[in-house]
Ligand binder design. Structure first.
Ligand code: COA
Ligand code: AMP
Length: 643
């Protein structure tokens, strides 16, 4: 373990966490003072409708007001709110709080003039440009519900989200810029709308100079509609604390994404609280979060938390390596005076691979940096050690999910010191409002150090999902039905005898590729759509760089008997199908054609067993296996890396 902070500070934090569980009314009631309310909530927690919990009932606020207007009013008008640092276009642009407010109020006016009213949905499908942040906050300003779709998703994934969210307007861009290519967004958007039963009334398109999009009848040009002569700014619309701020779709096991609902009041309180109490960032300081606005980390810690805090946030349009080199993050920290940075372990592994001795890190002064936070996948001890050795600041693992919106477990940082000793491989202790329990299959709590299903006792704290978009039943079925009174996280792991949480990986079939959460179901659907495929399974296997990569096992239809050249073509076609149906981020490279898939007698494919064999682990073969010879035949393929 590394150095400890004073016992007093630790005890104070432990007491605060205990109070948040024993007396959520007083704990979260006090935290609510961090937010400017139009009407203060009557109380913190409404449990009348349990297991559907509501935070800050009766409260009325506007989240955009809290993120922008109040800082402008209180002396931060000229402070930089947002820096767009874009090595892929060779530009850097800064926006003060006053400038960002002006843009957001105008775009809110655009949306209002297009007929968007409180409760309407707006889908945002954009690369890492400031206009994405402007569009999100503009929705919040008029009480519309945004649903940001990650730019790396292909048309079918975008279509599924448009169909479920039923947006009145879609906001997009002509292109995104990847190091290897310019990605044309508009044709993908057009295809998605074509595929979707729901059609938006309008699309607002940001034309970028790298590629102009052809605009159709329903399309409007961002620049034209934002002309100050063409639009009057919109005022903030008061919303209820429990009104949705956004819906963010995430992957489950099936191909149908889950619409995670985020409320307004609970989220604003939890994020503002977390920024200072957990991440140690104060108003006026500069923070860099290297995620994407399409993921939950981007929503919470590129956009909402830093702006609710009155901090400066860096929106980075680039990669940890290759734009131009493995020193990109260190340059950002230096040039912008970043006090704390947040990224994914994959990004650190990519940097380490290209610059193992961290020579680029030593190029200049990184003294502004107090801590590096990492989340999105398990932080392996080797990566933690490398970052710790070279950065000389606390490297802090934190565990959370799209569903929770902010960390479940973290080691809080105070003035550049981790509050508790760091145990590599553990995101440390559960934070306020999270009652973490590890349960066995019967729902019994297991002893310290024993692995099981990591669950959270209900209610979960403010900011966590109140339900799934228009699907209370699916919310209950997916998360609450396994163990009465608990939320099932989907992660397996253990808690040690000092209360440290160790998250070892998903217990379901959700994939985590370079910190990107993907569903096996989506990939399998894409593969199954090929005319030669009878059935298939996708498993996530260990990868040195990306944590996990998908691997496909495919059974061909009877009578399909390609020769080696035909097999090669088939594999290429299947890889291309996943790329075009799910997206390049799925990074499927390996497809094995096999005779049969191992199943249980009830027909469930044994993905976990196959994954364990492929990763060289001891495989748990269920007694209900239908035909063990199928698994035996597959074992050399799985072990050998297949082909
Ligand atoms: N829009 C369009 N395409 C995208 C995209 C986007 N927003 N993001 C990624 N892609 C594409 C890439 O261009 C690449 O395409 P290619 O196969 O044609 O090269 C593919 O998706 C895979 O991209 P990526 O996952 O970035 O892998 P990589 O091998 O190019 O880079 C890393 C590896 C580690 C540098 C990269 O994965 C990374 O930066 N990871 C950190 C992820 C992260 O921060 N996650 C947030 C979790 S909190
Ligand atoms: P997402 O919803 O995309 O944020 O992905 C959430 C999933 O990522 C979790 O359920 C975990 O499986 C994994 N995850 C996120 N952070 C961590 C972490 N610090 N340690 C281990 N797994 C993590």
């Amino acid at each position: 373990m590394t150095d400890l902070m004073s016992n007093d500070a630790q005890q104070q934090y432990r007491d605060a966490v205990a109070r948040s569980l024993e007396d959520p009314e007083s704990f979260w009631g006090e935290a609510a003072d961090l937010i400017t309310w139009i009407t203060r909530p009557e109380r913190a927690l409404d449990d009348a409708d349990a297991p559907f919990y509501r935070w800050f009932p009766g409260g009325r606020l506007n989240v955009c007001f809290n993120a922008l207007d109040r800082h402008v009013v209180h002396g931060r008008a000229d402070q930089t709110a947002l820096v767009h640092d874009s090595p892929v276009t060779g530009t850097t642009r800064s926006f003060t709080y006053a400038e960002l407010l002006d843009l957001v109020a105008r775009f809110a006016g655009v949306l209002r003039d297009l007929g968007v009213v409180k409760g309407d949905r707006v889908v945002i499908y954009m690369p890492m440009v400031p206009e994405a942040v402007v569009a999100m906050l503009a929705c919040a300003r008029i009480g519309a519900v945004h649903s940001v779709v990650f730019g790396g998703f292909a048309p079918a994934e975008l279509a599924a989200r448009i169909e479920d969210a039923e947006p009145k307007v879609v906001v997009s861009a002509s292109c995104g810029i990847e190091p290897s290519r310019v990605v044309a967004y508009k044709p993908m958007l057009d295809e998605a709308i074509e595929r979707s039963a729901h059609k938006p009334d309008h699309c607002v398109i940001l034309q970028r100079e790298q590629l102009h999009a052809e605009l159709g009848e329903r399309d409007l040009d961002w620049k034209q509609v934002m002309n100050p002569d063409a639009v009057a700014p919109a005022a903030c619309v008061p919303v209820g604390s429990t009104d949705p701020l956004y819906v963010l779709y995430t992957s489950g096991t099936t191909g149908r994404p889950k619409g995670i609902v985020r409320d307004s009041g609970g989220y604003a309180v939890a994020l503002r609280w977390s920024m200072t109490e957990l991440y140690g960032v104060q108003p006026g300081e500069t923070w860099f979060c290297g995620s994407d606005v399409g993921w939950v980390v981007g929503h919470s810690y590129i956009v909402y938390a830093p702006l609710l805090t009155g901090a400066t946030t860096i929106l980075y349009e680039g990669k940890p390596v290759g734009t131009p080199d493995a020193g990109a993050y260190w340059r950002l920290i230096r040039e912008h005076g970043v006090v704390s940075a947040f990224s994914a372990p994959t990004a650190v592994r990519a940097i380490k691979k290209q610059d193992p001795d961290a020579t680029l890190l030593k190029d200049g002064d990184l003294s502004s940096l107090r801590a590096l936070f990492l989340a999105g996948e398990r932080l392996d001890p080797d990566t933690w050690q490398w970052a710790t050795d070279h950065l000389g600041v606390p490297v802090v693992d934190n565990w959370w999910q799209t569903e929770t919106g902010w960390p479940i477990a973290i080691n809080p940082v105070r003035e550049g010191e981790a509050l508790f000793g760091i145990k590599p491989g553990s995101p440390t202790l559960p934070t306020a409002g999270y009652d973490v329990r590890v349960l066995d299959e019967r729902g019994e709590q297991v002893p310290a150090g024993t692995e099981g299903a990591i669950c959270l006792r209900l209610p979960m704290p403010p900011g966590t999902l109140p339900t799934l978009w228009r699907d209370d039943q699916r919310y209950v079925d997916s998360y609450l039905s396994a163990f009465d009174g608990y939320y099932l996280s989907g992660d397996g792991g253990y808690v040690d005898d000092e209360g440290y949480v160790f998250v070892m990986g998903r217990t379901d079939d959700v994939l985590n590729v370079a910190g990107h959460r993907l569903s096996t179901g989506s990939l399998e659907e894409a593969l199954a759509g090929h005319p030669a495929v009878a059935e298939c399974a996708v498993i996530g296997v260990h990868d040195e760089l990306k944590g996990q990569v998908p691997r496909a096992l495919v059974v061909l239809k009877a009578g399909t008997d390609p020769d080696e050249a035909g097999l090669q073509t088939l594999r290429q076609e299947l890889v291309a199908r996943v790329r075009s149906e799910v997206g390049a981020v799925a990074a499927l490279r390996q497809v094995d054609v096999v005779d049969a898939l191992p199943k249980t007698r009830s027909g469930k494919i044994l993905r976990k067993t196959m994954r364990q064999i492929a990763d060289g682990q001891e495989a748990a073969v269920p007694s209900t296996i239908e035909d063990v010879s199928v698994l035996d035949a597959l074992t050399p393929v799985l072990r050998g890396g297949g082909g």
